[in-house]
Design a protein around this ligand. Structure first.
Ligand SMILES: Cc1cc2nc3c(=O)[nH]c(=O)nc-3n(C[C@H](O)[C@H](O)[C@H](O)COP(=O)(O)OP(=O)(O)OC[C@H]3O[C@@H](n4cnc5c(N)ncnc54)[C@H](O)[C@@H]3O)c2cc1C
Length: 153
């Protein structure tokens, strides 16, 4: 694969039937070069949603005039306001979906404790939930019943 740096698309040249792009004219260092192509893929980038605002007297610390700066545990500098996902910024942040899950756990749990300071510091995980215990017993019984069928077979 050939990568052209500091180059930009100047124009497209269609085929005779005007049904597809046949050539891309690349401008590089002031020089125009035709490039024969099979397909043209264009990455437009993306627009960041910036409509989230607060009342004038609520000013959480921001980074780059956008991100909410976490003070740890996804707390913003304004008590009671928490951030999760791409909007929150801290060192070593993983700006992927998996990082958002971790932020959500921290933000929601801290919001819970903000509302109810007596609440447990940790949320219950599914393996500690009584309802799952009951369901697991039923599930295990069901699996074992199938297994006895297999043994008979
Ligand atoms: C081009 C691109 C490719 C990526 N590829 C990957 C990848 O391959 N794998 C991966 O794990 N991650 C990838 N990511 C990162 C991943 O998409 C983000 O980390 C993840 O979506 C963050 O989730 P989020 O809920 O914080 O934000 P978002 O998914 O952006 O969701 C925020 C939502 O809130 C809405 N919103 C914003 N402001 C307001 C408002 N004022 N009122 C109401 N709604 C509002 C927005 O419209 C949006 O729907 C990619 C990101 C980009 C931009």
């Amino acid at each position: 694969m050939q990568i052209k740096l500091h180059a930009e698309i100047q124009s497209f040249v269609p085929n005779d039937k005007q049904t597809a792009i046949e050539q891309v004219i690349i401008s590089q260092n002031g020089q125009a070069t035709p490039l024969q192509v099979g397909e043209v893929l264009i990455c437009h980038g993306f627009n960041r949603e910036e409509s989230l605002t607060f009342a004038d007297d609520i000013k959480p610390q921001r980074k780059d005039e956008y991100y909410l700066v976490s003070q740890g545990q996804c707390k913003t500098s304004v008590p009671g306001i928490f951030g999760a996902g791409d909007i929150i910024s801290y060192d070593d942040k993983v700006s992927l979906i998996v990082g958002t899950f971790q932020d959500a756990v921290l933000a929601v749990n801290n919001a819970k404790m903000y509302i109810d300071p007596q609440a447990s510091q940790y949320a219950m995980v599914s393996s500690h939930n009584e309802k799952f215990k009951e369901k697991n017993i039923a599930f295990t019984k069901e699996i074992l019943s199938h297994r006895s069928n297999w043994l008979e077979f």
